[in-house]
Design a protein around this ligand. Structure first.
Ligand SMILES: [Mn+2]
Length: 356
């Protein structure tokens, strides 16, 4: 298991590589070329510069999160092949720079969705939260404006202002895309990129939808065990894998995360591990990683990963904002560092308990 932290690059992140290097047991980062728009080719020079920067800080670049997918590919418009060719070129350039893990998602219009970026908890920390009643009362533009206004000046991942400036047009473009069509477009994309992934041993790790149900009448296809199995079987090759995100899958309390993990043996190259607290079936907030701070059993989750011989890349996911830190919501240093240590502690205990 390789413990990492997500890092957005020195131009965008308040957390430095030097700080990450001092978190015990964290050996690398998951990063991206944050300024790139979906559909653009990543050149070898750009990738090499990023990798050199990470390595010169004594860390390893363990994978990319994310190489985002252009809307034409998700919608299945006639120009999609041009964007798939660009994606293939990017994968080739990553492979030639010895990078073998790529996280992506196939959510229409929006990446992850929250109704609040800084809900105050009783201990004085703030967290990202989701309330279905709030979402039901606003339109997508209002949600975008509100998240943008509350992001502490940071650009939020997957919420590129350039792309979302045309929100109305995007919704129109997706109007005939239902679950089935979106799934077919994903399979089409995966089959096209399969040769380059296999040539360079690149593991593609799809991120589950967050939250794990449809919002704003947009289709959702990566929401739970059944859908994940369907996808694994549709393109049944190891390159086609999953980012096991406990917070996204766990947004639906009916998802049994340890069971999902066990059903995906060999297909989880990347794990995001965090905890959530459900306040009702329409409201949840992010919690500290510690089991007792939220609603999930983190020991059972780590044990399930251990049981399937998980040897991929893992990272603590969103953290709370604590100790007065100013950072991108969910991506401060302090609480994610606490989370990494806790997950490493669980892992060591599970390891040693199996040895005796
Ligand atoms: Mn995640």
């Amino acid at each position: 298991m390789k413990m990492t932290l997500r890092w957005y690059g020195s131009k965008y992140d308040s957390v430095t590589l030097e700080q990450i290097r001092q978190i015990p047991g964290v050996s690398g980062v998951i990063t991206t070329l944050y300024g790139k728009l979906p559909g653009e080719v990543w050149t070898r020079d750009e990738i090499k510069a990023l990798k050199d920067e990470v390595e010169s800080a004594g860390l390893k670049l363990e994978g990319i999160e994310s190489v985002n997918i252009h809307d034409s590919i998700k919608i299945g418009t006639p120009d999609r092949d041009k964007y798939i060719d660009n994606y293939i070129e990017t994968l080739k350039n990553l492979g030639e720079e010895d990078i073998h893990l790529v996280c992506y998602n196939f959510m229409p219009v929006f990446d992850w969705t929250r109704s609040e970026l800084a809900r105050l908890r009783s201990d004085g920390s703030t967290v990202l939260a989701y309330n279905q009643d709030v979402i039901d009362k606003i339109n997508p533009q209002e949600m975008f404006d509100s998240l943008n206004a509350n992001s502490n000046g940071f650009v939020m991942p997957g919420w590129e202002p350039e792309r979302l400036a045309k929100l109305k047009d995007l919704f129109i473009a997706y109007k005939d895309v239902d679950d089935e069509k979106l799934f077919d477009n994903l399979v089409y994309f995966l089959k096209k990129i399969q040769p380059v992934c296999e040539k360079y041993n690149i593991r593609m790790a799809i991120h589950p939808d967050d939250p794990a149900w449809p919002i704003f009448n947009l289709p959702r296809i990566v929401t739970g065990q059944e859908r994940l199995q369907k996808l694994m079987k549709a393109v049944d090759a190891p390159f086609n894998g999953v980012t096991l995100c406990t917070g996204s899958l766990g947004s639906n309390p009916k998802n049994n995360i340890p069971e999902i993990i066990r059903s995906l043996k060999g297909r989880i190259p990347f794990a995001h591990v965090r905890n959530l607290k459900y306040n009702s079936d329409r409201d949840f907030e992010e919690a500290a990683h510690l089991s007792s701070d939220g609603s999930m059993d983190m020991f059972e989750i780590m044990k399930a990963l251990h049981d399937i011989d998980f040897d991929g890349v893992i990272r603590p996911d969103h953290g709370r904002m604590i100790w007065g830190e100013q950072a991108m919501p969910g991506y401060g240093l302090y609480d994610r560092a606490l989370g990494a240590e806790y997950l490493l502690g669980l892992w060591e205990a599970i390891n040693k308990s199996k040895e005796v």
